[in-house]
Write a protein that binds this ligand. Sequence first.
Ligand SMILES: C[S@@+](CC[C@H](N)C(=O)[O-])C[C@H]1O[C@@H](n2cnc3c(N)ncnc32)[C@H](O)[C@@H]1O
Length: 217
Amino acid sequence: MTLKSIPLTDDLHRYLVAHGAPPDEIVSDLARETLALLPEHASMQVAPEQAAFLTFLTRLLGARQAVEVGTFTGLSSLAIARGLTEGGRLTCFDISEEYTSVARRYWARAGVDDRIDLRIGPAGDTLRELPHERYLDFAFIDADKTGYPVYWAELVPRMRPGGVIAVDNVLRNGRVVAPQSADDRAIAAFNEDVLADVRVDAVMLPIADGLTLAHVH
Ligand SMILES: C[S@@+](CC[C@H](N)C(=O)[O-])C[C@H]1O[C@@H](n2cnc3c(N)ncnc32)[C@H](O)[C@@H]1O
Protein backbone atom coordinates (compact mmCIF):
# COMPACT_ATOMS: atom_id res chain seq x y z
CA MET A 1 0.00 0.00 0.00
CA THR A 2 1.28 3.48 -0.84
CA LEU A 3 1.45 5.38 2.42
CA LYS A 4 0.99 8.94 1.23
CA SER A 5 0.59 11.27 -1.72
CA ILE A 6 3.86 12.09 -3.43
CA PRO A 7 5.23 15.63 -2.96
CA LEU A 8 5.01 17.81 -6.06
CA THR A 9 8.15 19.49 -7.33
CA ASP A 10 7.63 22.55 -9.57
CA ASP A 11 8.33 20.40 -12.64
CA LEU A 12 5.87 17.76 -11.56
CA HIS A 13 3.23 20.39 -10.77
CA ARG A 14 3.66 21.90 -14.25
CA TYR A 15 3.34 18.41 -15.75
CA LEU A 16 0.20 17.66 -13.71
CA VAL A 17 -1.46 20.93 -14.76
CA ALA A 18 -0.49 20.43 -18.41
CA HIS A 19 -1.86 16.88 -18.48
CA GLY A 20 -5.08 17.49 -16.55
CA ALA A 21 -7.30 20.17 -18.00
CA PRO A 22 -4.70 22.85 -18.86
CA PRO A 23 -5.76 26.47 -18.28
CA ASP A 24 -7.21 28.14 -21.37
CA GLU A 25 -6.29 31.69 -22.43
CA ILE A 26 -8.94 33.28 -20.18
CA VAL A 27 -7.75 31.44 -17.07
CA SER A 28 -4.10 32.18 -17.89
CA ASP A 29 -4.88 35.88 -18.37
CA LEU A 30 -6.84 35.98 -15.10
CA ALA A 31 -3.93 34.41 -13.20
CA ARG A 32 -1.48 36.86 -14.82
CA GLU A 33 -3.66 39.91 -14.15
CA THR A 34 -4.30 38.90 -10.54
CA LEU A 35 -0.55 38.59 -9.95
CA ALA A 36 0.13 41.96 -11.62
CA LEU A 37 -2.68 43.85 -9.82
CA LEU A 38 -2.53 42.19 -6.42
CA PRO A 39 0.93 40.64 -6.00
CA GLU A 40 0.59 40.31 -2.23
CA HIS A 41 -2.77 38.55 -2.42
CA ALA A 42 -2.49 36.55 -5.64
CA SER A 43 -1.72 33.35 -3.72
CA MET A 44 -5.32 33.43 -2.47
CA GLN A 45 -6.41 32.29 -5.92
CA VAL A 46 -7.15 28.56 -6.23
CA ALA A 47 -4.47 26.49 -7.95
CA PRO A 48 -4.99 25.73 -11.66
CA GLU A 49 -5.54 22.02 -10.97
CA GLN A 50 -8.18 22.96 -8.39
CA ALA A 51 -9.96 25.12 -10.94
CA ALA A 52 -10.02 22.19 -13.35
CA PHE A 53 -11.24 19.91 -10.57
CA LEU A 54 -14.05 22.32 -9.61
CA THR A 55 -15.36 22.34 -13.19
CA PHE A 56 -15.10 18.53 -13.33
CA LEU A 57 -16.89 18.08 -10.00
CA THR A 58 -19.66 20.57 -10.75
CA ARG A 59 -20.27 18.80 -14.07
CA LEU A 60 -20.14 15.35 -12.44
CA LEU A 61 -22.79 16.43 -9.92
CA GLY A 62 -24.98 17.86 -12.68
CA ALA A 63 -25.09 20.96 -10.48
CA ARG A 64 -27.84 23.45 -11.23
CA GLN A 65 -27.68 25.48 -7.99
CA ALA A 66 -24.28 26.34 -6.54
CA VAL A 67 -22.84 28.74 -3.97
CA GLU A 68 -19.33 30.07 -3.50
CA VAL A 69 -18.11 31.82 -0.35
CA GLY A 70 -14.91 33.76 -1.14
CA THR A 71 -14.69 34.89 -4.76
CA PHE A 72 -11.64 37.17 -4.94
CA THR A 73 -10.77 37.83 -8.62
CA GLY A 74 -12.95 35.00 -9.85
CA LEU A 75 -10.97 31.91 -10.81
CA SER A 76 -12.89 29.34 -8.72
CA SER A 77 -16.26 30.91 -9.58
CA LEU A 78 -15.38 30.88 -13.29
CA ALA A 79 -14.49 27.19 -12.94
CA ILE A 80 -17.73 26.34 -11.12
CA ALA A 81 -19.88 28.37 -13.51
CA ARG A 82 -18.35 26.54 -16.47
CA GLY A 83 -19.41 23.19 -14.98
CA LEU A 84 -23.03 24.12 -14.25
CA THR A 85 -25.78 22.36 -16.12
CA GLU A 86 -27.97 24.26 -18.63
CA GLY A 87 -29.90 26.97 -16.77
CA GLY A 88 -27.69 26.62 -13.68
CA ARG A 89 -27.00 29.45 -11.21
CA LEU A 90 -23.99 30.26 -9.05
CA THR A 91 -24.41 32.66 -6.13
CA CYS A 92 -21.09 34.18 -5.04
CA PHE A 93 -20.34 35.85 -1.72
CA ASP A 94 -17.46 38.24 -1.00
CA ILE A 95 -16.83 41.46 0.91
CA SER A 96 -14.64 43.17 -1.69
CA GLU A 97 -15.93 45.26 -4.60
CA GLU A 98 -12.31 45.80 -5.62
CA TYR A 99 -11.37 42.12 -5.98
CA THR A 100 -14.68 41.08 -7.50
CA SER A 101 -14.61 43.85 -10.12
CA VAL A 102 -11.84 41.79 -11.75
CA ALA A 103 -14.01 38.65 -11.45
CA ARG A 104 -16.92 40.39 -13.19
CA ARG A 105 -14.75 41.25 -16.20
CA TYR A 106 -13.55 37.68 -16.60
CA TRP A 107 -17.03 36.19 -16.13
CA ALA A 108 -18.20 38.42 -18.97
CA ARG A 109 -15.26 37.50 -21.16
CA ALA A 110 -15.94 33.78 -20.56
CA GLY A 111 -19.66 34.28 -21.27
CA VAL A 112 -20.79 33.00 -17.85
CA ASP A 113 -21.80 36.34 -16.27
CA ASP A 114 -25.49 35.66 -16.94
CA ARG A 115 -25.43 32.65 -14.63
CA ILE A 116 -23.65 34.30 -11.67
CA ASP A 117 -25.20 36.40 -8.92
CA LEU A 118 -22.62 38.23 -6.76
CA ARG A 119 -23.56 39.40 -3.27
CA ILE A 120 -21.26 41.80 -1.48
CA GLY A 121 -21.14 41.81 2.32
CA PRO A 122 -19.97 39.66 5.23
CA ALA A 123 -21.00 36.14 4.22
CA GLY A 124 -22.05 35.30 7.80
CA ASP A 125 -24.93 37.74 7.22
CA THR A 126 -25.59 37.44 3.49
CA LEU A 127 -25.75 33.62 3.45
CA ARG A 128 -28.72 33.83 5.82
CA GLU A 129 -30.71 35.47 3.03
CA LEU A 130 -30.59 32.28 0.94
CA PRO A 131 -33.81 30.21 0.84
CA HIS A 132 -34.22 27.90 3.84
CA GLU A 133 -34.63 24.83 1.66
CA ARG A 134 -32.51 21.86 0.67
CA TYR A 135 -31.88 23.11 -2.86
CA LEU A 136 -28.09 23.45 -3.33
CA ASP A 137 -26.21 20.87 -5.39
CA PHE A 138 -22.74 22.23 -4.74
CA ALA A 139 -21.02 24.75 -2.44
CA PHE A 140 -17.43 25.92 -2.24
CA ILE A 141 -16.03 27.56 0.91
CA ASP A 142 -12.85 29.62 0.46
CA ALA A 143 -13.22 32.86 2.45
CA ASP A 144 -11.87 34.05 5.85
CA LYS A 145 -10.83 30.98 7.82
CA THR A 146 -12.43 31.91 11.14
CA GLY A 147 -15.75 32.20 9.35
CA TYR A 148 -15.79 28.59 8.10
CA PRO A 149 -17.94 27.20 10.97
CA VAL A 150 -20.62 29.83 10.30
CA TYR A 151 -20.59 29.18 6.54
CA TRP A 152 -20.77 25.43 7.19
CA ALA A 153 -23.71 25.91 9.58
CA GLU A 154 -25.60 27.99 7.01
CA LEU A 155 -24.82 25.73 4.04
CA VAL A 156 -25.25 22.14 5.29
CA PRO A 157 -29.02 22.47 5.92
CA ARG A 158 -29.45 24.02 2.45
CA MET A 159 -27.73 21.17 0.56
CA ARG A 160 -29.95 18.73 -1.28
CA PRO A 161 -29.51 15.09 -0.21
CA GLY A 162 -26.39 13.99 -2.13
CA GLY A 163 -25.12 17.55 -2.55
CA VAL A 164 -21.43 18.26 -2.01
CA ILE A 165 -19.57 20.98 -0.09
CA ALA A 166 -15.91 21.57 -1.00
CA VAL A 167 -13.73 23.40 1.53
CA ASP A 168 -10.34 24.88 0.66
CA ASN A 169 -7.15 25.34 2.71
CA VAL A 170 -7.88 22.58 5.19
CA LEU A 171 -4.16 21.77 5.58
CA ARG A 172 -2.98 25.38 6.15
CA ASN A 173 0.26 24.73 4.31
CA GLY A 174 0.95 21.88 6.74
CA ARG A 175 0.41 23.93 9.90
CA VAL A 176 -2.89 22.28 10.73
CA VAL A 177 -0.98 19.68 12.77
CA ALA A 178 0.84 22.41 14.76
CA PRO A 179 -1.28 25.56 14.50
CA GLN A 180 0.60 28.87 14.71
CA SER A 181 -2.13 31.46 14.20
CA ALA A 182 -5.81 32.07 14.86
CA ASP A 183 -6.58 31.01 11.29
CA ASP A 184 -4.62 27.76 11.72
CA ARG A 185 -6.44 27.00 14.97
CA ALA A 186 -9.79 27.82 13.39
CA ILE A 187 -9.18 25.33 10.58
CA ALA A 188 -7.88 22.63 12.95
CA ALA A 189 -11.07 22.97 15.02
CA PHE A 190 -13.24 23.13 11.90
CA ASN A 191 -11.72 19.88 10.57
CA GLU A 192 -12.64 18.17 13.87
CA ASP A 193 -16.19 19.48 13.59
CA VAL A 194 -16.53 18.13 10.04
CA LEU A 195 -15.22 14.74 11.13
CA ALA A 196 -17.84 14.60 13.90
CA ASP A 197 -20.72 15.90 11.79
CA VAL A 198 -23.13 12.98 11.29
CA ARG A 199 -24.95 14.83 8.49
CA VAL A 200 -22.02 14.33 6.10
CA ASP A 201 -19.45 11.83 4.84
CA ALA A 202 -16.23 13.66 4.11
CA VAL A 203 -12.86 13.01 2.51
CA MET A 204 -9.83 15.27 2.67
CA LEU A 205 -7.81 15.47 -0.54
CA PRO A 206 -4.17 16.61 -0.67
CA ILE A 207 -4.78 18.87 -3.65
CA ALA A 208 -3.12 22.30 -3.39
CA ASP A 209 -3.53 23.40 0.27
CA GLY A 210 -5.93 20.55 1.09
CA LEU A 211 -9.52 20.25 -0.06
CA THR A 212 -12.29 18.62 1.96
CA LEU A 213 -15.21 17.18 0.02
CA ALA A 214 -18.32 16.57 2.12
CA HIS A 215 -21.24 14.58 0.78
CA VAL A 216 -24.40 15.67 2.60
CA HIS A 217 -26.91 12.91 3.45
C1 LIG B 1 -8.87 32.94 -0.55
S1 LIG B 1 -9.74 34.29 -1.27
C2 LIG B 1 -10.82 33.46 -2.40
C3 LIG B 1 -10.11 32.98 -3.63
C4 LIG B 1 -11.04 32.58 -4.75
N1 LIG B 1 -11.79 31.39 -4.37
C5 LIG B 1 -10.27 32.37 -6.04
O1 LIG B 1 -10.20 31.25 -6.54
O2 LIG B 1 -9.73 33.34 -6.57
C6 LIG B 1 -10.78 34.78 0.05
C7 LIG B 1 -11.84 35.82 -0.29
O3 LIG B 1 -12.72 35.89 0.84
C8 LIG B 1 -13.18 37.21 0.94
N2 LIG B 1 -13.68 37.41 2.33
C9 LIG B 1 -12.95 37.65 3.44
N3 LIG B 1 -13.77 37.78 4.50
C10 LIG B 1 -15.03 37.59 4.05
C11 LIG B 1 -16.32 37.62 4.66
N4 LIG B 1 -16.48 37.85 5.97
N5 LIG B 1 -17.40 37.41 3.88
C12 LIG B 1 -17.27 37.19 2.54
N6 LIG B 1 -16.08 37.15 1.93
C13 LIG B 1 -14.98 37.36 2.65
C14 LIG B 1 -11.98 38.07 0.56
O4 LIG B 1 -12.41 39.36 0.13
C15 LIG B 1 -11.34 37.23 -0.54
O5 LIG B 1 -11.75 37.68 -1.81
